[in-house]
Design a protein around this ligand. Sequence first.
Ligand code: 3PG
Length: 208
Amino acid sequence: MDIAAIAALAPVIPVLTIDRLEIAVPLARALVKGGLPVLEITLRTDAALDAMRTVAAEVPEAVVGAGTVLNPMQLQQAHMAGARFAVSPGCTSDLAAGVAAMDMPFLPGVQTVSEAMTLADRGFHLLKFFPAGAAGGMGWLKAVAAPLSGLRFCPTGGVDESTAASFLALANVACVGGSWVAPQQAVSAGDWRRVERLAAAAASLKRS
Ligand code: 3PG
């Protein structure tokens, strides 16, 4: 599956920061059960790589990817841990070259038109718009729709249940990413039913 096919699996990609390995599998199962199979586990905690490995092995219905991939070494580590795609908040030449060498589905982050054009030149046509809320939100996406007509975006960062539907209604939005489907409070309390309910609501959102 390429990144467009992965993004087509669900309207929302949960962004997960997992600090305890033991929550990884129940969290992933609740999200998948709610209808969100594409999971981004950020490389921001010591438990992240083990969490990825464990979810990849124990929750086969999930399509697990690595988030916050900042350099080729992290890309390699994520690949070894079973990540099936990678997401970055921005992109460097090294990272783009690493992705090309590894043939890993990749969702690189952009915040400006020039960054989007540079990545399009490198063959990336589905981009993470990050941080979507702080960088212009829906106004930015509407404004670039005509000049960057060949590109589609996954806005992430500041997207939540109150705004996701409006983002998804835009023709150049393929899917959205966000942490709201796995609130810290619910995760700490092991409230997997709440996570499943939030996932089900997110999974039912319509795309344009
Ligand atoms: C992040 O980097 O944490 C993601 O973009 C998620 O952002 P959010 O917590 O605003 O959904």
